[in-house]
Design a binder for this molecule. Structure first.
Ligand code: ADP
Length: 161
């Protein structure tokens, strides 16, 4: 049984993330989508909201579970017997930081292998931060996020006014 973890901030989950989860679930026996608790970044959604939005967005698939974690990814994978870290690659710019991260993770835990899936070109332009920016400026983001995410963003904006 091969278990993969797909870590990220998912603030919020986009259709690009969802595509990676679906494709990874065809390769591995179990995929843990894990939301990072990232103290440094200011986020639009709380950790609990991000977890809920992932659950509400993903097509029901018994191979996929959602979790969150704090601290080092390499510690989490050791404690939970995870075989592989899954990452998505959109562009050359992603490669540089992901390469660094994968190398560091292997230094911290020699069993920490990273598996890269290249983006579907439909989603190559998508990032959570760009989606939030387009939304704030009044652009249409229906093609980029699920209905639950869109509704949650509209709700947040109404509250902030
Ligand atoms: P973002 O970069 O959108 O803020 P995260 O930090 O949550 O997202 O990203 C988690 C992982 O998902 C990273 O490996 C990132 O490269 C990947 N990813 C994000 N958006 C896409 C996309 N549109 N297509 C493929 N992979 C993606």
């Amino acid at each position: 049984m091969k278990v993969a973890i797909y870590p990220g901030s998912f603030d919020p989950i986009t259709n690009g993330h969802m595509d990676i989860v679906n494709r990874a679930s065809k390769i591995f026996d179990k995929v843990i989508v894990a939301v990072l608790i990232n103290g440094g970044k200011t986020s639009m959604f709380t950790l609990e909201e991000r977890v809920e939005l992932i659950k509400d967005s993903l097509i029901k698939n018994e191979k996929v579970v959602v979790d969150s974690f704090t601290g080092l990814l390499t510690d989490y994978i050791k404690e939970n017997n995870i075989d592989v870290i899954v990452k998505g690659l959109r562009a050359v710019s992603d490669f540089e930081s992901e390469f660094q991260m994968a190398t560091m993770n292997r230094k911290l835990n020699e069993n920490a292998e990273t598996f890269f899936l290249t983006t579907d070109m439909k989603y190559a332009h998508l990032s959570s931060s760009l989606v939030k920016e387009v939304f704030r400026l009044g652009g249409n983001i229906e093609d980029f996020v699920s209905k639950p995410v869109l509704n949650a963003m509209i709700e947040k904006e109404v509250k902030d006014e």
